[in-house]
Every structure is written in structure tokens, then in C-alpha cells.
Design a protein around this ligand. Structure first.
Ligand code: CA
Length: 537
């Protein structure tokens, strides 16, 4: 109770600070009226490039997220300033630290008064349309003639457009995005061990994979004379479902997922496929091929094992293969053959795949009570433009990157100073609707890493999409989902480690049913049908 109280006081104090700032910024306007200020001269046309207005001295207020780096002030970052110069508008930012963001912004939106002209939503992104239903945000699609960049991009990305479509058919938010098919989680092999074990290629099937692990377990792979200090496989509990779920046809990451036959299912309730998955992992556990304490194994421990040349396989986000793991190996010489390389997924009872990430990373809304709706809409659109996205990824020519005679770009020596690069405002996803770029990230990793990453794209499947919930759907989810998932996760560990026998699997399925699995499936199915209908328009 004491903790809850002090957290509440802290959040309230922050909220007051933010509200005061927002109030003082709008004090020159009449806060009780929603009269729209002139956005530009009558004959001025915004065409998607800057400026967005020919009137000088225009200002917008915005609540957004501060940098994760405490020594970076995004309001002073050159990239962020350049967007405002290009737009001919000044943004008065009120920035909130990432760790406090939800606790500060949610009460502000719940109060619904003294809001800025535009705002970065809390990280859970209005899943139940509460803010939309409260009328807090302007429907942007009614202004798409003023949003040439964003509306064109949505047309080119129909799945994101379907996700952003509210159940009333309107689109209320601009999004920032994450990469969704590159640098995704994949199986990674110690390539020297693989060759030393006599494998000319990576395993294709779960059977070949187990054969490899058994070899590692019984051989002195690191040549120190001890055949017992090798960990055949080192993988965190979080990554296990990425690694083995698809071999059994399961997307355990999404939980609720779309099966090959087009029906919506809950992966941990699949009577045959999930039982086969558990049986497989129980076998690995029993043979000592999966860590006894796999539920608590950390990435740092896995890094240490590679540094000591003690492990042969892991699974992690794709960008870790080169920078995090390969450089640990004592014999890594910059080549794939001596590194820790990602590889194709394993097939088992089903053909393998990898589960990608949903592209939507952040949402931005224009408040309906703003007296600068049109200007805020244009600014978000301009901030979303390709030219600005390019600057978010690469920074500024001659400072953070150079272009060679063939037109290829590379980061400068100075850009390798991460503090400097962050202070320049690279990837300003907290303060602007930025889209992550694969191209700029490839400039940071080795050539073999880029080649492997490109090769893996073909295996990546989209996860369960972001879909807004209607209020009755939200109620069912809020009543039952957490308990169901908690029980399923507890039982998963019990089945894998053998504390629960797989002979009781049918009892487990019956318990899930008693915990309202059918009601949840009904909600998820309705949501998916809505998403598909929005995709088709
Ligand atoms: Ca050894």
C-alpha cells in the first residue's frame, strides 16, 4: 500500500507539472473555445514538403517522450530542430521520461482537459479505444487531403491501415514503426562447433537438431580436456517459443494466432500440436540438452558462455548475432565461419517459420479540442514524409554520414560516438512519428550479417496484428485473459520439466475451457474478422 501511495503521489506531481506547462503554453488562446486558428494564408497550399504554413511565428504544443539517454535533450537535437525549421513551425514540447510515460500521460488523457495540440499516446496505444470513444482525438481520415505523405504510405501498407482503423471505420492516429521482417528472432549457431561436429549445413529438422545437441553434449567441443563443461544449447525461456513453436505449427508468441486453415486458435490449447511441442521440450530437458534452470537463464549468462567457448546454439533477436555474440568467441575473425550466425528455422511436424514483430511502434493523435487542428495535422504529416524519415535514420549529410561517388551512404567516424549521435537526435521515435530503417542498421553490421538477415526474411510470418477492441470485447479480455495466460504458462513449465505428467494434458485442456477460453476465442475471432474486412477496403 505504501508503495502504491508514493507512486501515485509521484505521478500526480508529474501530471501537475505537465498540466501547468500545457496551460501556460496555451494561455494566450481562449481555452474554453475550440475556434480554429488560421493555418496559413488563403492561397497557400501544403503539398507534403515543407513549409506547412507561410505564416511566421506559428507554434504547436506537444507531449512526447524524452530520450532513453539522460544526457540527451531531444528538444535541442539538431534533427528535431531541422524538422521544425522545414515546417516553419515551432513545437513547444513537454517531454516525459520513458519510465514515467504511461503513469503521467494516462491520467492526463483520462482528465481530458489542458491537452496539447498533439500527443504521443501511452505505450499500450489505446487498445480498447477509450480515448477514441471519449472523443479526445480528431479523426484524421477526414483530413487526408491535408496528409499526402501519411495517406499515401497507408495505401502502400494495407495491413497497418487495417490495424489503425477503429471499429467506427475512422483512422485517429499516425504511427511510428519498428522493423518487422528484418532483425527478427532466429536460431543462431556457433559455426565453428557446427563444422567441428561434421555438419556441412545447419540442421533442417528437429531430429537433425537433437542429433547435433547430443554430439555437443558428449564431445570436448572447446578442446580443454573436459567433456562436461559444454552447454549444447543456451536459450532464454522467452526465446524458446520462437525457436521451436513453428516446427509444430504454433505461433506461441502471439498466443492467439491464425492457423493455416484460416481459423483463430489459442496456441497453448492446441490438443495435438502443443502436446507434441511439450513432449519435444520435455525430451530435451530430460536428456540435459535444455538447461535445468532454463526459466531463469539470462542473455548475460549466454554471452559469458560464448566468451568461454562453452555453447553451440542460441536464439535471439537478429541484430545480436554479430555485435553481441560473435565478438565474444575467442576465434572470431570477422567471418561467418568463425562467428555465431543466424540460420533457417527448424521443421518438425510442420514446416518451420519465424514469428516477426508487429510494425506499429507508437501512436500520435491530434486532440479534438485543439485550436490548431489543421496545423497539427500538417505537421504530423510533414514529420512523416520520406525526406524526414531519411533524416531520422541517417542524420545530417557531412555530419553523421557521407555519400560516396557511387551514391552509397555510410556513417562517419563521429557517428560511431553513440552519445554524439543520440544528441544529434538520431531515430527520434519519442518525439516524432519515426519509422525504423533496415538500410541504416545494415550500415552498422558486418556484410555476412546483412546477407544472413536478408536470407531469413523469406521465413518471417506476421504475428497477431494490432486490432482495436470494442468495449464489450475489452471486458471479456480484461476479465479472463491474464488468469488464463498465467495458468497456461505455469503448466508449460510443469510439463517441460516433468513436474506435471503429459498424461494429464487433457485435464489441462479442460481447465483452460473452464477459464473461459471459448469466450476469449470468440472475441479474438470477431476482432480478426474486423481486421480482415478493413484490410479488404
Ligand atoms: Ca570442454
Amino acid at each position: 500500500m505504501k508503495n502504491n501511495h508514493s507512486r501515485l503521489v509521484k505521478a500526480t506531481a508529474l501530471l501537475c507539472a505537465v498540466s501547468l506547462a500545457a496551460t501556460s503554453l496555451t494561455a494566450c488562446g481562449d481555452s474554453s473555445s475550440t475556434t480554429e486558428n488560421a493555418v496559413a494564408s488563403p492561397d497557400f497550399v501544403y503539398d507534403g514538403t515543407g513549409p506547412i504554413t507561410d505564416l511566421d511565428g506559428m507554434t504547436l504544443t506537444c507531449v512526447a517522450q524524452a530520450s532513453n539517454y539522460s544526457n540527451v535533450d531531444m528538444t535541442q537535437a539538431e534533427i528535431v530542430k531541422k524538422v521544425q525549421e522545414g515546417a516553419n513551425v515551432t513545437i513547444d514540447y513537454t517531454l516525459v521520461n520513458p519510465t514515467n510515460y504511461n503513469d503521467t500521460v494516462k491520467p492526463m488523457l483520462a482528465a481530458g482537459s489542458d491537452l496539447p495540440d498533439f500527443i504521443r499516446l501511452p505505450d499500450d496505444m489505446d487498445p480498447n479505444q477509450s480515448y477514441i470513444n471519449s472523443g479526445l482525438f480528431e479523426p484524421l481520415d477526414t483530413h487526408f487531403d491535408e496528409m499526402p505523405n501519411f495517406s499515401k504510405w497507408l495505401d502502400e501498407n494495407p495491413s497497418v491501415k487495417a490495424s489503425l482503423t477503429a471499429s467506427d471505420g475512422h483512422i485517429y492516429y499516425v504511427c511510428g514503426t519498428n522493423v518487422s521482417d528484418t532483425f527478427q528472432p532466429c536460431i543462431m549457431y556457433n559455426m565453428k562447433w557446427l563444422a567441428d561436429a561434421g555438419f556441412s549445413e545447419v540442421p533442417s529438422t528437429t531430429d537433425e537438431f537433437v542429433e547435433l545437441l547430443r554430439y555437443y553434449k558428449t564431445h570436448d567441443m572447446n578442446g580443454n580436456g573436459d567433456t562436461n563443461d559444454e552447454y549444447p544449447m543456451s536459450v532464454t525461456a522467452e526465446m524458446l517459443p520462437y525457436m521451436f513453436g513453428p516446427a509444430f505449427g504454433l505461433d506461441l508468441i502471439s498466443g492467439f494466432y491464425v492457423k493455416d486453415d484460416g481459423t483463430v486458435a489459442y496456441a497453448q490449447a492446441e490438443s495435438e500440436d502443443y502436446k507434441a511441442y511439450l513432449t519435444f521440450l520435455n525430451q530435451l530437458y530430460t536428456e540435459g540438452l535444455l538447461d535445468v534452470d532454463y526459466t531463469t537463464l539470462t542473455r548475460d549468462q549466454i554471452i559469458a558462455r560464448f566468451a568461454n567457448d562453452q555453447t553451440g546454439v542460441t536464439c535471439d533477436w537478429g541484430y545480436q548475432m554479430d555485435m553481441t555474440y560473435s565478438v565474444q568467441l575467442p576465434y572470431y575473425d570477422g567471418t561467418r565461419a568463425t562467428g555465431v550466425s543466424g540460420a533457417k528455422p527448424l521443421s518438425g511436424t510442420h514446416e518451420g517459420f519465424y514469428v516477426g514483430r508487429d510494425p506499429i511502434g507508437s501512436l500520435w493523435g491530434v486532440t479534438a479540442a485543439s485550436s490548431n487542428i489543421d496545423l497539427a495535422i500538417r505537421f504530423l504529416d510533414y514529420a512523416f514524409s520520406e525526406a524526414n524519415q531519411d533524416m531520422y535514420c541517417w542524420g545530417i549529410e557531412g555530419e553523421s554520414y557521407v555519400v560516396d561517388e557511387n551514391g552509397n551512404r555510410e556513417f562517419t567516424e563521429q557517428a560511431s560516438d553513440n552519445t554524439w549521435l543520440q544528441q544529434l537526435g538520431i531515430n527520434p521515435a519519442g518525439v516524432l512519428p519515426a519509422r525504423q530503417s533496415t538500410e541504416a542498421t545494415y550500415a552498422l553490421v558486418s556484410d555476412w550479417h546483412e546477407e544472413v538477415d536478408q536470407e531469413l526474411i523469406q521465413y518471417v510470418r506476421s504475428p497477431w496484428p494490432f486490432i482495436f477492441a470494442e468495449s464489450d470485447e475489452a471486458e471479456v479480455v480484461s476479465n479472463y485473459l491474464v488468469d488464463l495466460e498465467t495458468y497456461a504458462d505455469e503448466m508449460e513449465v510443469a510439463f517441460i520439466t516433468g513436474t506435471a505428467s503429459l498424461d494429464t494434458f487433457d485435464d489441462y485442456l479442460a481447465t483452460l475451457e473452464s477459464m473461459h477460453l471459448s469466450d476469449l476465442l470468440e472475441v479474438r475471432t470477431a476482432q480478426y474478422e474486423r481486421y480482415q474486412a478493413a484490410s479488404a477496403t
